[in-house]
Design a protein around this ligand. Sequence first.
Ligand SMILES: [Zn+2]
Ligand SMILES: [Zn+2]
Length: 213
Amino acid sequence: MQVTLVYDNEVWQEGLQADWGFACLVQEGDRRILFDTGAQSSILLHNLEKLNLDPRTIPEVFISHGHWDHIGGLADLLKLNPAIKVYLPHSCPAPPGAAQVVRIQDPYQLQENIFSTGELPGNEQSLVVQTGGGLVVICGCSHPGVGTILQAASKHGKVSALIGGLHGFKEFDLLEDLKLVCPCHCTQYIADIMQLYPETAVPGGAGKVLVIE
Ligand SMILES: [Zn+2]
Ligand SMILES: [Zn+2]
């Protein structure tokens, strides 16, 4: 599978814009899911274009939580692509103009090997993808806490990768067994994680492509 960071506080690929917020495109087989939409639609759409990703061809969007830096691009995305299927945490109000909305409270299966943790305390859901090499967990801000998210994901197997905003997360030993960690967006201790796990931690940034076997 492949995860492309579309919107991040930092920039990785020249020509893309950095801004406080998060979005990434998750590609697994022929399934393509936009995870979150950043803060500003102009930057979301600019970065998608630079990555040669046409927002009108993305069939699904998964919203981790209702904060402005994750749902900011959603309204304009829906104008361009009203048929896009929107997965929302239950507490998040449905956006106007969405034809297909799935509001998620309990753990939910999007497809055979793709799951939501369900809305966890902190009003946030994470996306879990089962791959041959373990589970890939994608999180927005990790408001429920990384430990809680990893535990919720673990019912589907062993977590091997963690990508997204980790906020003020400091229990670094939870990352010990991972094969990949990409701490980005709001993660406060990126430098500490890089230093502790130089073999497995990679920096994020808009335009970064993570290929996971
Ligand atoms: Zn947040
Ligand atoms: Zn955030």
